[in-house]
Design a protein around this ligand. Structure first.
Ligand code: PA5
Length: 450
């Protein structure tokens, strides 16, 4: 069983005829990834398209060996990276294993993700965990120059060298970066760290199926062969040039058609808390790919039924600017049955004999009907289960949909020029050499605005 796009809750908002009318436009966007690839904006970042089959098999084997070594000599793995250099791995680990992985894992190391903020509070907490336990570090940065992970790595490298000596530390540092460029690459060459490559044609947010995601995922005991096999299956399926039959193209077209009706916010929703970080990965993928040139659907997220008790009111009755994309699963990873209680003091005996997954399903059905009644179109992505194979399919599905959708929107889905503005200001205010003039201007502005 594969993942399926279900459009039945779009009735009244969009029909098949609208998709047929958009078919030529959708096909043009799809061809920008295939035969017109060379001329398409961002075409030098199309490397992820064939990645599920066309990856470095020697490096893949080395990833498994490194993961096995980390499992054998470390109680903790610290993964240092930000944005596309950590979200996919963290999302995959929580999706397949658990949101509570660090508490429930017994035969694989605890995994802490740092260098994705500049919080001294978070960093010092993980540093003190590592003081008293055997640990390894996987530092991930394609550019090798990003400030947040660079600062974190300086602290963890110092701690490793203090605990294990320079040589011992080198045996516990795994670097994932560009093949040739960047500070991290130069440092690795100098210190003899084992390195893995972020391939040239693969941008950060499209990199989860490279060493960026695969090493931490494998260290968490997840079957990366199954993950790649799922992505490969999706790659073959979504290469279908009949855009009306291709679920990636249909999803991309639906998003754009809803956007043109004024639905400028997409809420990605799951009823499984283990999907929380997948929501974050999705938000980065779509937000950074589409939000530019004054355009783009704003990606928001929710876990239901949790957030029905916070955001639910807004979704039901707030400004009608939203559509929901609900990722649901045919089977939960684990289930529980509600037992009969002789006293029935809580009045729940009407559920006796029912599984929790049944209750969750009814919550979903009640919500989808209420929200569509309230004017919120719902798209369903139905998945068989929460395993590595399905995850591979889902990752590829979203990546392909995002690329087609971005091209339909008329943007380059593979750049992120807007991310540079905050970096320039931060560097200037921190006194980084080369930013002196900007620093003077910003300080004047801060003084006036304060
Ligand atoms: O998608 C992207 O390209 C970004 O989110 C990057 O992954 C993020 O900025 C981290 O960059 P780097 O891996 O170069 O440190």
């Amino acid at each position: 069983m594969s993942i399926r796009l279900n459009c039945r809750y779009l009735n009244g908002f969009l029909n098949e005829e609208a998709l047929r009318q958009a078919a030529d436009e959708t096909a043009r966007a799809q061809s920008m990834l295939f035969e017109n690839s060379a001329g398409a904006p961002g075409s030098d970042y199309h490397g992820w398209l064939t990645l599920p089959e066309d990856y470095d098999k020697e490096e893949f084997a080395r990833i498994k060996q490194a993961a096995a070594k980390i499992v054998s000599d470390s109680r903790v793995l610290v993964v240092i990276g930000i944005g596309g250099s950590y979200l996919g791995a963290r999302a995959a680990i929580e999706f397949v294993r658990s949101k509570n992985y660090n508490v429930t894992a017994t035969d694989t190391p605890k995994i802490f993700f740092v260098g994705n903020s500049i919080s001294p509070c978070e960093l010092s907490e993980v540093l003190s965990v590592c003081e008293n336990t055997d640990f390894s570090v996987n530092v991930i940065s394609k550019s090798g120059t990003t400030t947040e992970p660079a600062i974190a790595f300086r602290f963890f490298r110092a701690l490793l060298e203090k605990k294990y000596g320079k040589e011992g530390a080198a045996g516990r540092i795994y670097v994932t970066t560009d093949r040739t460029r960047g500070t991290l690459k130069q440092l690795s060459l100098r210190e003899g760290y084992e390195t893995f490559v972020v391939p040239d044609g693969v941008g950060g947010r499209y990199s989860v199926l490279t060493a960026v995601g695969l090493l931490p995922i494998a260290a968490a005991g997840i079957d990366i062969d199954a993950l790649m096999a799922g992505a490969g299956e999706a790659m073959r399926r979504y290469a279908d040039r009949d855009v009306l039959k291709n679920d990636c193209c249909r999803y991309a077209a639906i998003r754009n058609l809803l956007y043109r009706q004024g639905k400028s916010v997409e809420m990605i929703v799951s009823y499984e808390p283990d999907f929380t970080m997948m929501n974050e990965w999705f938000k980065q993928l779509f937000g950074e790919s589409e939000g530019k040139d004054g355009k783009g659907i704003f990606p928001a997220s929710a876990i239901y039924s949790t957030d029905l008790h916070s955001l639910g009111q807004y979704v039901q009755e707030g400004v009608r600017l939203m559509f929901e994309t609900v990722v649901c699963f045919d089977r939960p990873k684990r289930d529980l049955r509600v037992e009969m209680d002789a006293e029935n003091a809580d009045g729940l005996n009407y559920l006796a004999g029912r599984d929790m997954s049944y209750v969750n399903r009814r919550a979903f059905e009640g919500t989808v009907l209420a929200h569509t009644d309230g004017g919120v179109p719902n798209i369903l992505i139905e998945c068989p289960q929460m395993g590595a194979f399905t995850l591979g399919e889902l990752i590829y599905f979203f990546e392909m949909s995002c690329a087609v959708s971005g091209y339909m929107l008329g943007v380059n889905p593979f750049n992120q020029p807007g991310v540079e503005s905050y970096k320039r200001n931060m560097f200037a205010l921190l006194g980084k050499p080369g930013y002196e003039e900007l620093a003077r201007e910003l300080k004047k502005r801060l003084a006036n605005e304060g």
